[in-house]
Design a protein around this ligand. Structure first.
Ligand SMILES: [Cu+2]
Length: 209
């Protein structure tokens, strides 16, 4: 029994030293509910400037591959775009979510279902890193990744509209604006706590020697 415990601990600290391959997911999903009825687009979110989504940084964690865009950033995937009921579009109609304005330093990377985060593209979207402001939303639940390099409050406003395949809005339909709010806050990281534990252990060893 004792040997089992020791080997489990060794595995945990081994993976911590090697870094974490996928970004963390925490907190409940916060959905931006989208509807398209009678030619009108509506977007609704339950947060505002007084109830922002927190972005956390996990110091020392290193994410593999495309997810490495989140390395050393404060980030969150709590916000997700979601259809509120059934959205019916013609073959030549697409829903677009276009970046209108945002706090300098806020970045957005393409996600998907949170549990599928190993499969996300992490492509820069919605104006991040010179990408197109308009991003085609495919109709399924999509939790994009929002990140920032520095602590503080951020916000981003998007226009949701129905347009053609190239993102040209159809003028016969109305669009809607929605603002997402973030707060990048300091948070204790799991790796940091493990590293502190390791530091204490190695000090003890040195003290014993
Ligand atoms: Cu969701």
């Amino acid at each position: 029994m004792k040997i089992m415990t020791i080997s489990t601990l060794a595995l945990v600290s081994g993976s911590a030293l090697a870094g974490v391959s996928t970004p963390n997911v925490w907190g409940p999903m916060e959905h931006i509910m989208l509807t398209f009825d009678n030619g009108e687009v509506h977007a609704h979110v339950g947060t505002d400037a007084s109830s922002p989504i927190e972005m956390h940084r996990f110091a020392g964690e290193v994410y593999d591959g495309a997810a490495s865009v989140l390395n050393d950033t404060y980030y969150s995937s709590q916000y997700g775009w979601l259809a509120d009921g059934f959205i019916s579009l013609e073959l030549d109609e697409y829903m677009w979510i276009e970046h209108v304005s945002s706090t300098a330093g806020l970045n957005v990377y393409e996600g998907g279902l949170r549990m599928m985060r190993e499969m996300h593209t992490y492509d820069a979207i919605q104006g991040t890193a010179g990408s197109d402001d308009a991003w085609n939303w495919g109709g399924t639940m999509v939790h994009n990744w929002y990140s920032a390099d520095a602590l503080g409050a951020y916000e981003a406003t998007y226009r949701v509209f129905v347009g053609d395949a190239s993102g040209n809005a159809y003028s016969q339909y109305t669009s809607d604006l929605v603002t997402l709010n973030f707060n990048a806050v300091p948070a204790p990281s799991v790796l940091g706590m493990l590293a502190m534990g390791g530091l204490v252990a190695s000090r003890r060893k040195r003290g014993d020697a």
